[in-house]
Design a protein around this ligand. Structure first.
Ligand code: XMP
Length: 523
């Protein structure tokens, strides 16, 4: 996608570098993150950025051999913004001085957490929209601090512990801040990025509308008249991948929807209806539930369940894919966070590449080339692209659903009877959540059927049925999570509905475990 205006983020290893990229993408600016080790003079010349941002990082510029950008970045003639470690690297490179932080005491100490910056000197266009009141809240996280400015720089904002909180050489368009404008705790930080890219002349040419057209052209270019196969799960990533490729090459694409019999109520029908009937896609509905459920019979160990499902998935997909004559490409919904190279400090100057294996190892095994049209996108952008492609909001905003499906929500042995009960209970719970307008406030919600029967009383009779657990969590990325604070009324109403409407369940519990120490799924 070389025809976009491009911004380069040089990564020095900050935990929040990806947030910088997301803030910029929200401004319709195309940016890429690259580890500092990779950014050479030749790389810079080839990338031809319209602006450059130096990220924060854990190292100290006072250490000999600490990470730096190549010197040629300062003669490109483009605006540069240094953040935290990036500020310090810029100062040292350009003739200023950085000192190690003292933990307490006035004037240039280590500082972690919320701070308030007040303006100094003239108004700087980078700060348009800032200081409507006399101070702005920012998030600091630094040990070292700038002690002497590089020639040409002035101070434009100070905080009690960071006299050089905002610095700039406006003539050269070099800007450097001690705090992190990309994080949520710098509430007005987005404005700073907006001003920076405006000054750099970005026109906001990165939109999903434009991307759609270019991605389609790129897919046609890559695939030519060859055939592509795609494992469609019904999740957002694989769905958007499939629809985009279908728009590009129509019937040259065949999708294989592996139905392992562990899907939610009505899910398989919905996927088939939407993709085959609505989008007119070549879709193979590989209904292999007998195979999967057969192999899972009598298996209780969670890891064994996962291994069985993962292994069978590959075998089944391969069987159907082999039947598609002349397929040369495999489509995958790999996203940008899966391919960003991260700075590795433990392993010296090497970089670690995280790779994504939806259908692990298959491309090599089958001699297929990959088509990955979402490789440049963040999840939010995939959703926006999905909307462009006509996917309904209700589909795009769906909670994540794990590959092994209901198997990991059915602790103990999996039986068809338990799956049937689980599906019905889950549908009631989700219906309740939607009816109460809570669906979009929750990261993920589902029911787990417990491997225990309990005694109950209904009408005049005694029951001996399964107990289930409701699980609903809030989360940003699935790495940590909190249980959702439903009201007692909501929980009571939901329990009553499940027990009344789902035969086979006579007890409902609510799982109030956070992650950590729990996981979101039960297995
Ligand atoms: P846990 O249970 O580890 O889940 O807290 C975190 C997130 O990952 C999802 N998950 C999976 N997704 N294949 C997937 O595609 C899997 O094997 C799998 N296991 C867990 C889970 O639903 C949650 O969103």
């Amino acid at each position: 996608m070389t025809d976009h205006q491009r911004l380069l983020i040089i990564d020095f290893g900050s935990q929040v570098t990806q947030l910088i990229a997301r803030r910029l993408r929200e401004l319709n600016v195309y940016c890429e993150i690259h580890p500092y080790q990779k950014v050479t003079d030749a790389f810079l010349a080839d990338f031809a950025p319209r602006a450059v941002i130096f990220s924060g990082g854990p190292d100290s510029v006072t250490r000999a051999g600490s990470p730096r950008p190549p010197k040629s970045v300062y003669t490109l003639g483009v605006p540069i913004l240094g953040i935290c470690y990036g500020q310090q690297a810029m100062m040292e490179d350009l003739g200023g001085k950085v000192e190690g932080g003292k933990i307490s005491g006035g004037g240039g100490t280590a500082e972690f957490g919320r701070a308030f910056v007040t303006p100094a000197n003239d108004r700087l266009p980078l700060l348009d929209g800032w200081f409507a009141t006399d101070r702005e809240q920012v998030w600091m996280s630094h040990g070292d601090h700038v002690a002497k400015l590089a020639p040409g720089f002035q101070v434009y904002g100070t905080s009690p512990n960071a006299p050089f909180a905002i610095t700039a050489d406006p003539d050269r368009h070099f800007y450097a801040v001690q705090f992190h404008p990309e994080v949520h705790h710098t509430p007005n930080g987005a404005k700073l990025y907006e001003n920076f890219v405006r000054m750099a002349g970005f026109t906001g040419d990165w939109t999903m509308d434009a991307y759609r057209e270019q991605a389609i052209a790129a897919i046609r270019d890559q695939v030519g008249d060859k055939k592509v196969i795609c494992a469609l799960s019904g999740g957002v990533d694989s769905s958007v991948t499939a629809i985009l490729i279908h728009e590009a090459i129509g019937d040259q694409l065949t999708c294989v929807f592996v139905d392992h019999g562990l899907l939610r109520l009505g899910e398989a029908e919905q996927v088939v209806t939407m993709f085959r009937d609505h989008y007119n896609l070549n879709l193979i509905h590989a209904d292999e539930s007998d195979l999967f459920l057969g192999k899972l019979e009598g298996v209780s160990d969670p890891e064994t369940k996962r291994k069985i499902i993962g292994g069978l998935f590959i075998d089944v997909f391969q069987k159907y894919a082999d039947g598609i004559e002349g397929a040369e490409f495999l489509a995958q919904g790999t996203l940008y966070p899966d391919v960003i190279e991260s700075v590795s400090f433990s392993g010296g100057p090497s970089v670690t590449i995280k790779s994504h294996h939806n259908v692990g190892g298959l491309p090599e095994k089958m001699g297929l080339k990959l088509v990955e049209p979402l490789r440049e996108l963040f999840k939010d952008e995939v959703r926006a692209l999905g909307r462009e492609l006509g996917l309904p909001d209700s589909f795009i905003g769906r909670h994540p659903f794990p590959g092994p499906g209901l198997a990991i929500r059915c602790p103990g042995e999996i039986t068809r009877e338990k799956l049937e009960i689980l599906r019905k209970a889950d549908a009631v719970f989700i219906d309740q959540i939607r009816k109460h307008g809570l669906y979009n406030d929750i990261w993920q919600a589902f029911v787990a059927i417990l491997p225990v029967r309990t005694v109950g009383v209904m009408g005049d009779g005694r029951t001996y049925d399964f107990a289930c657990a409701l699980r609903a969590v809030t989360s940003v990325d699935g790495m940590t999570a909190d249980y959702y604070p439903f009201t007692h009324d909501f929980l009571g109403e939901t329990a009553t509905r499940i027990i009344n409407e789902v035969q086979g369940i006579n007890r409902v519990t609510y799982d109030i475990t956070s992650k950590p120490p729990g996981t979101i799924e039960w297995e």
